[in-house]
Design a protein around this ligand. Structure first.
Ligand code: CP
Length: 345
């Protein structure tokens, strides 16, 4: 499998076999983390991390990944430069991408929420960087997709239904019921993590139930892709609008807040309005009572968790919570993707 030079902006851009190549390598790297086979793959190489928005897991796991592969990660924010925007003159994406590619073996970019003027603008920007840069561009979360999170999620689910940490069984996910539910919350989340999770769950052969209050539709093009993925795998896709519905028989429950489609208007992200609206739905919280109706489901969330709004502490810190394993997997999947795309492994 030759993945050298490939970008990763959405998992759907890669074939199932390509995703499995990265996931299989990630599991090997997790089982044998500091083996010399891995620790010099990116020796003397630099990875540029360009963050428009804050991050804990993504920044730390990419930095750690580069350290463990023998290279170095450089952190940059837009305030470091003079970049052209809709409102101000400055350096174009073509120039920025071509120059960064002269220094680095790969570039990661995060841009979402209040840093984009309309839904999809962040993903468009990533794809423009990918067009101009002749090194891999990685999506570190844009306004549509979060591919490294999706890979870490599915690896974690397959570990929980497989043989434990570093021993995922992806075939064990086939036919399992995945429930993704909107949740109340005070963070006005973008759609990237939940849309990526729907894409991977459907591609890995799970039945998908999507639950949300009326008015919180996700991107119709992404949902059409999820439906198509389910059709191709012969699984069910259903949408419900009741906070109590969908839990029966579930194996994996993902509860997370997301913004409504009205969040972007007039070139502005209406964050406070979204938060006030979401907090009017306190019944959309994942509780132990709801989890008790599942088939002993695991709880999954990309973090940071908005405890008390999205999910109770009892569930988030409970014995079936996979959140820390999945957060750890960010490191392993990113190491694997960088080794394959930047290191010609
Ligand atoms: N899950 C995730 O991307 O976390 P951060 O926002 O902290 O990077």
């Amino acid at each position: 499998m030759d993945l050298y030079g490939r970008d990763l902006i959405c998992t759907q851009d890669w074939s199932f076999e390509e995703l499995m190549a990265a996931l299989d390598l990630a599991a090997k790297m997790k089982r044998d983390r500091f083996n010399p086979r891995w620790t010099r793959i990116l020796e003397h190489r630099t990875f540029i991390m360009f963050f428009y928005n804050p991050s804990v897991r993504t920044r730390l796991s990419f930095e750690a990944a580069m350290t463990e592969l023998g290279g170095h990660a450089q952190f940059m924010t837009p305030s470091a430069g003079r970049f052209k925007t809709q409102k101000q003159a400055g350096e174009t994406i073509e120039d920025a991408a071509k120059v960064m590619a002269r220094y680095a073996a790969g570039i990661g970019i995060r841009i979402l929420e209040d840093k984009v003027p309309y839904y999809g603008a962040g993903d468009e920007m990533l794809r423009e960087y990918a067009y101009w840069a002749d090194v891999p561009i990685f999506n570190m979360a844009d306004d549509k997709f979060h591919p490294m999170q999706g890979l870490a999620d599915v690896m974690g689910w397959a570990e929980w239904y497989g043989e434990g940490p570093g021993r995922p069984d992806y075939s064990a996910l086939e036919g399992k019921k995945f429930v993704l539910t909107w949740a109340s919350g005070a963070l006005a989340r973008s759609w990237c993590s939940v849309q990526e999770a729907l894409l991977v769950a459907s591609r890995f052969g799970m039945h998908v139930t999507l639950a949300y209050p009326e008015g919180y539709d996700l991107d119709p093009e992404v949902i059409a892709q999820v439906r198509q993925n389910c059709q191709e795998r012969g699984t069910d896709f259903e949408v419900v609008h009741d906070p109590e519905a969908g839990y029966e028989g579930a194996h994996i429950v993902y509860a997370r807040n997301w913004m409504s489609p009205n969040a972007y208007r007039d070139g502005v992200f209406h964050k406070q309005e979204e938060i006030e609206k979401a907090l009017q739905y306190p019944e959309w919280i994942l509780t132990a009572e709801k989890m008790a109706r599942t088939d002993n489901a695991i709880f999954t969330h990309p973090m940071p968790v908005d405890r008390g709004h999205e999910v109770t502490d009892e569930v988030a810190s409970g014995p079936r919570s996979a959140i820390y394993d999945i957060a750890e997997n960010r490191l392993h999947v990113q190491k694997a993707v960088m080794a394959l795309t930047m290191g010609n492994l």
